[in-house]
Design a binder for this molecule. Structure first.
Ligand code: SAM
Length: 326
């Protein structure tokens, strides 16, 4: 699917921000005079008060959408933990995916960050436009983050991504951003606990898989803390975790090697129970290798020739790809 260019228009061009749809896909707040009052008490609403969030939803006939992962953060301690973990400083450029009612957005603005927030739900985007319309530090894009043109979005680099990601597409969104050049050097996100464990899993662990191997090649992954379901409304059925990913350059690959790294690990984890060298004999063109040749490559990379995908660390995967591509 081709990515859409997002056009940004001034917030004040929107006559009725609470209308169901927007005339265009994007908005930006460019007014003067940000006020901390607006930040903390968006439109008189305390976003870490479950009662007030519920009341706002009832009043506006807003039913949180499960498919869009609309579980709003309602816990002040977790909110501060997220923004603290990101190390947000005044003047930094922060990307937020899925601002929702704006609880994280407001805290980021309060700390002096300049925020670009992308929200898919047009009713929520409309509310944010109404509440934060006078905030000079906020650029709001009403769009699906998976359809935004990342070349255009990331052309001016961000200092960090800070997001309470929607469960359904959180991993896809994170991977797309993390693997883009230039990606933000720090990614601080909340995701489902099980997903966070996959991001961080080391060799031999049950949760080891393609996502972790892709992220860990580019970022150091830390599970900062767990988050109980009661910290969100509506309460999800699963626990969450706060994860911080910090960019490193320990595993640099050429574009050709990088493409093979992605294809090889994807194929290998689809056949995770088989020995890697044996499974490559039946791989598609470009990845196919005779078992004996694959075993030789593995030995040259310091690995056991009978190894399975989940046993290799990122250094070994990179060595394998470099030796193969040379
Ligand atoms: N940041 C808010 C908070 O912490 O309360 C809301 C977080 S909620 C878990 C996820 C948000 O992502 C929702 O506002 C949802 O509408 C939005 N969302 C879901 N899919 C999206 C997508 N593909 N692109 C942009 N936003 C999306």
């Amino acid at each position: 699917m081709s990515k859409r260019n997002h056009q940004i228009v001034p917030l004040r061009a929107i006559d009725k921000p609470m209308a169901a749809g927007f005339p265009t896909g994007s908005l930006t707040a460019q007014g003067a005079g940000a006020s901390l009052g607006v930040c903390r008490q968006a439109s008189g609403l305390n976003l870490t008060s479950p009662a007030q969030v519920r009341e706002w939803c009832v009043l506006h006939d807003f039913h949180p959408n499960r498919t869009l992962g609309q579980n709003f953060l309602i816990d002040r301690n977790i909110l501060e933990a997220i923004v603290d973990a990101a190390g947000v400083r005044p003047g930094q450029r922060i990307l937020e995916i899925g601002p929702g009612l704006g609880v994280v957005t407001a805290e980021l603005l309060c700390r002096g960050a300049r925020v670009t927030a992308i929200e898919k739900d047009h009713r929520l985007a409309a509310r944010l436009a109404e509440v934060f319309g006078s905030e000079p530090g906020l650029q709001l894009i009403a769009a699906d983050a998976l359809e935004v043109d990342l070349d255009a979005l990331l052309a001016e680099p961000f200092d960090a991504l800070v997001s309470n990601l929607p469960y359904s597409v959180g991993t896809r969104i994170l991977l797309e951003i993390a693997m883009h050049v230039p990606a933000p050097p720090v990614l601080t996100v909340t995701v489902q606990l099980e997903v966070a464990e996959r991001f961080a899993a080391g060799p031999g662990e049950e949760a080891r898989g393609q996502t972790g191997v892709w992220l860990q090649r580019l970022y150091d992954v830390e599970l900062v803390r767990g988050i109980k379901p009661t910290c969100f409304w509506p309460k999800p059925e699963v626990s969450s975790a706060l994860v911080r990913l910090t960019r490193h350059d320990r595993h640099a690959l050429s574009p050709e090697e990088s493409a093979r790294y992605l294809a090889l690990t994807k194929y290998a984890f689809m056949h995770r129970r088989k020995q890697l060298a044996a499974s490559l004999r039946n791989a598609p063109d470009g990845l196919q290798l005779e078992t004996a040749v694959a075993q030789e490559l593995l030995v040259a990379c310091g690995a056991d020739p009978r190894v399975r995908a989940e046993d290799l660390d990122v250094t070994q995967w990179c060595a394998l790809v470099r030796a193969w591509t040379a």
